[in-house]
Design a protein around this ligand. Structure first.
Ligand SMILES: [Zn+2]
Length: 249
């Protein structure tokens, strides 16, 4: 493999010898990568201000001779997120989104879209005045849709009736589809929805994070959306949130 230069978002950084660092990275073309910055914690010259989580950096990647690992030759900081790191609350939202993102194994062909979504989400968390406590959950919802696990929100997948005006639309989790109240399915886990909830799901899935970052919800709708997102993520992505991290179910 030849050396290459690629843009990467740093998800995590760890130290494995006194001066050496490993980095968990996400790139638009190659998806998730792990790379080593030998001497990275000492070399200020090769990686000026680069090696912090959440930064976007243009790295020179240097595969070793046998192609078993990637070393980082040098980095050029494209986006530092100092504003984000100054607020522990914002950092908490960002950490939650990044952990989920890393736990969901993104196929390389979907990487570009996923990269843009995560980058936009982090920009939003850093720059918007108000970030709703629902933001990480809405990010999970959007990611599930980006990964193709989101049901069609427009029409009943059985009879074609418009869902937003249909009576008792229901999400059938295992089948990953929504049916109107007049159509029924064999069953499995189901989450009753309503027209307002469908509008919110649509809003989150069609617009950038900036457009829904301050979204607040009434008690009942909030519970329904949590339930729907949690069920989809557990069933289709095999993840549950426990003790501050995502575990395989
Ligand atoms: Zn129907």
């Amino acid at each position: 493999m030849q050396d290459f230069i690629d843009k990467a978002l740093i998800l995590r950084v760890g130290r494995f010898r006194e001066a050496d660092l490993w980095l968990r990275l996400f790139t638009p073309q190659r998806g998730l990568l792990t790379a080593f910055a030998f001497g990275g914690s000492r070399s200020r010259r090769r990686f000026v201000g680069c090696l912090d989580a959440l930064n976007v950096v243009s790295f020179l990647f240097q595969p070793n001779k046998t192609g078993t690992y990637l070393a980082l030759g040098e980095g050029n900081l494209l986006k530092g997120r100092r504003g984000l790191r100054k607020s522990s609350k914002r950092l908490g939202f960002a950490a939650n989104c990044v952990k989920f993102f890393e736990a969901v194994h993104v196929e390389p062909e979907e990487s570009e879209k996923s990269f843009v979504l995560l980058d936009q989400a982090l920009d939003t968390i850093e720059s918007e005045d108000r970030i709703s406590p629902l933001f990480p959950m809405l990010f999970r919802l959007r990611t599930a849709f980006e990964q193709g696990y989101g049901p069609s929100l427009d029409t009943c997948s059985q009879c074609g009736k418009v869902l937003k005006t249909a009576v008792a639309p229901t999400l059938f989790v295992e089948e990953g589809r929504i049916l109107c109240g007049e159509c029924s399915s064999a069953g499995g886990r189901r989450v009753p929805l309503n027209g307002r909830v469908l509008s919110i799901l649509e809003h989150v899935c069609r617009n950038t994070p900036e457009a829904w970052c301050s979204l607040e919800l009434a008690g009942e709708d909030r519970r329904i959306i949590y339930d729907a997102v949690d069920s989809l993520v557990r069933w289709h992505l095999g993840l549950k949130w426990e003790d501050g991290r995502f575990l395989r179910t």
